[in-house]
Ligand binder design. Structure first.
Ligand code: PLP
Length: 407
């Protein structure tokens, strides 16, 4: 018995942090089962809008026509060529042999981590981050460290430089960011690229929310490398059909590798782990790519929800201003007198509203998120407004109770 326990402890995967976000999912589901109606799931990043009808139709046809055979590990040539054109319009010069369609950008990001791993290497991620970066770093055998962010969760390149060590090999950048909603300043991205070049790091740029930038545009980070000769480029970019096209469950994303050398490494990982991305989903993605109107309508819907919900939250001092991008907002609920975990538990129990404590999105023991929770504003607008109203009421009522208790 003892022997078995000792044996099991030796699996490195046991170092992968468990996701406290999933605990919120389970609690929310329990609430729904107990009450016989849906909890208001503000913790989830699922959009209220559906995938483009052209993509649905293309997938339906693909299935009826039996187009279900494997493609190559990199994905369908037609889709990769269409992505090359899309990227060229964004200032990223690449070729189809550097573009990898992946089963969601999540798998693509993990594959990049596996492709460029070297023994003893460190994987540097934002201190407040999408938790999968941390899990992927550990799964791929890296030491994982978090770099501090500046005011408003901004990219602070001086802080990155201070946090890095000689072991740093890869830095992950995420703009627009989940969970912070921050959009990196192009000058900060330029500085970061200069630092990465000076220290010979690779850069993984997660641009899953590229369409959801509410002020100004989104120049992809790789566009800043346009003048660098391909052999010296260092940016891997990750994009997805999950967000702009609402194709979360179809599982289609793509990675752009910086040059032949890194594309060759990535190809080995993909051949050894996925065989190929799903064919009907790639056919749907190709059809979706022609539907710019769908993305514009989806962005307008999320922007509208953000604007409708944020006024009262800003006024109550829970957030400094509306998030500049993405689908999420971090709210400081300190006025409720509770920690984020107590608040989330009580809000679900008493109001049926689920929010995610920000501890799920940071490094262990980070005190800066003790009273911070994340909400998504991409879901149904009526439910969002009901949820944020309940959240504000809870802050006022529980904060008042605390104050009265102390008086
Ligand atoms: C920051 C970020 N990157 C990547 C993804 C992955 O998306 P997918 O694997 O569906 O492409 C998500 C999904 O929530 C995300 O929030």
């Amino acid at each position: 018995m003892t022997e078995l326990v000792e044996h099991r402890r030796r699996y490195p995967v046991e170092r992968v942090p468990e996701s406290s976000l999933h605990a919120v999912f389970r609690a929310s589901r329990r609430w729904t089962d107990t009450h016989g109606r849906e909890a208001n799931a503000l913790h989830v990043g699922e959009p209220a809008f559906a995938m483009p009808p052209a993509a649905v139709e293309a997938m339906r046809r693909a299935l009826l026509d039996g187009r279900c055979a494997y493609t190559s590990a990199e994905g369908m040539p037609e889709l990769r060529e269409a992505l090359v054109a899309k990227l060229a319009a964004q200032g990223v010069g690449t070729t189809a042999d550097h573009v990898f369609v992946t089963p969601g950008s999540c798998q693509g990001l993990s594959a990049v981590g596996a492709a460029v791993h070297t023994p003893g290497a460190a994987w540097l991620i934002p201190r407040v981050h999408w938790p999968i970066y941390r899990q992927q770093g550990v799964l791929n055998g890296y030491d994982v460290a978090g770099y501090p962010l500046g005011p408003g969760y901004a990219l602070d390149v001086a802080a990155v430089a201070r946090t890095a060590t000689p072991a740093t090999r890869v830095i992950v950048v995420n703009s627009p960011a989940n969970p912070t909603g921050a959009v990196a300043d192009p000058d900060a991205l330029r500085e970061l690229l200069a630092l990465a070049t000076e220290r010979d790091w690779l850069v993984v740029s997660d641009e899953a929310y590229e369409d959801f930038v509410y002020e100004g545009g989104h120049p992809p980070l790789a566009a800043l490398e346009a003048d660098v000769e391909p052999a010296r480029r260092r940016v891997f970019s990750a994009f997805t059909f999950s967000k702009g096209y609402a194709m979360t469950g179809c599982r289609v994303g793509y990675i752009v590798a910086p040059n032949d050398e890194f594309a060759g490494l990535l190809r080995r990982v993909q051949e050894g782990s996925i065989i190929a991305p799903p064919t009907p989903a790639q056919i749907g993605a190709l059809a979706a790519l022609g539907d710019g109107d769908a993305v514009r309508a989806n962005v307008a819907a999320v922007r509208g929800s953000r604007d409708a919900a944020m006024g009262a939250l800003v006024e109550a001092g829970l957030i400094a201003g509306p998030p500049a991008g993405g689908w999420y907002a971090l709210l400081d609920i300190a006025s409720s007198g509770h920690t984020a975990t107590e608040f989330a538990d009580r809000l679900l129990a008493e109001y049926g509203v689920a929010v995610a404590p920000a501890a799920a999105f940071t490094v262990p023991g980070d005190p800066s998120t003790r009273t911070v929770v994340r909400i998504s504003f991409a879901g149904d607008r009526t439910r969002l407004l009901e949820g944020t109203e309940a959240l504000l009421r809870a802050c006022r009522t529980w904060g008042g109770e605390r104050a009265a208790g102390r008086a």
